[in-house]
Design a protein around this ligand. Structure first.
Ligand code: ZN
Length: 257
């Protein structure tokens, strides 16, 4: 009997390691973190950050099937400032960096399903660097009423490594440029390099610069109401993952180590 128990354990352990169904399910605000929507070779370094348009649509259907309601920035702001209730299982889709495939591949899908999204722009890359959107494309997405934009610094700076004045410049200058280009307040900020990009010195400066919401790459589902004591957590669906991984992510915030 002993060897049988050991055998079962040996089979179950790797499965439990790979698909972490044992994590507790969480209620609250689910935020998903994406980067590219497109096709890329599995050997490319961007592969984990790239979801195919087909898989992305499957994920949207999966969210719908499990009762999630996509929300936009306005719903988030109303819930924070006027106490308006969020839907029962709210989900906010976020995209980092402002890649051109967001305009080419993501935007048509958002329009088709009438789903909102929030995109964080590296303002000095927009209209300048290859592979990034132009301000015209950004404005076109904004005018659809489906896409809002936040700041991801001027040039993808690792804020933690910078002196206070330079951090504040990255925060306030990118905010100002966003507002000049888009004509609406820029209230959301996303840290480049996730947890490695900020620390306890950086975070208060984000709010000092006038932002209301800060997003990190820390995985999880946010308890709601969000008190602002910690950055907003985001689940991270990776390229090449299955819908089983996605289901674990949206119910538990994290699917693997
Ligand atoms: Zn980034």
């Amino acid at each position: 009997m002993m060897w049988l128990a050991i055998l079962i354990l040996l089979i179950l352990l790797p499965i439990a390691w790979r698909w972490q169904f044992w994590r507790p399910t969480r209620k609250g605000l689910l935020v998903l973190m994406y980067h590219h929507i497109g096709h890329i070779d599995a050997t490319d370094g961007q592969f984990p950050f790239t979801i195919t348009p087909q898989r992305f649509e499957e994920q949207l259907l999966c969210l719908k099937k499990h009762g999630f309601t996509p929300i936009g920035l306005s719903e988030l702001q109303n819930a924070m400032h006027t106490g308006q209730k969020l839907p029962a299982k709210p989900v906010l889709l976020t995209f980092d960096d402002g890649h051109e495939d967001n305009y080419q591949n993501l935007f048509p899908i958002l329009k088709k399903h009438q789903i909102k999204a929030l995109i964080f722009l590296i303002t000095h890359y927009i209209g300048k660097e290859k592979g990034y959107m132009s301000w015209q494309q950004v404005r076109q997405m904004q005018q659809s009423g489906l896409v809002d934009f936040g700041s991801h610094t001027l040039d993808h700076a690792r804020l933690r490594k910078l002196p206070d004045e330079e951090i504040l410049r990255q925060l306030t200058q990118s905010k100002k440029e966003m507002e000049e280009q888009l004509g609406v307040p820029c209230v959301t900020f996303c840290y480049p390099f996730g947890s490695g990009g900020f620390d306890r010195r950086v975070r208060p400066l984000v709010f000092k610069a006038g932002y209301q919401f800060d997003f990190s790459t820390k995985p999880g589902i946010n308890p709601w109401p969000w008190k602002g004591k910690k950055t907003l957590l985001r689940a991270f669906p990776r390229g090449g993952e299955t819908l089983t991984d996605f289901y674990i992510q949206i119910t538990r915030g994290k699917s693997k180590f």
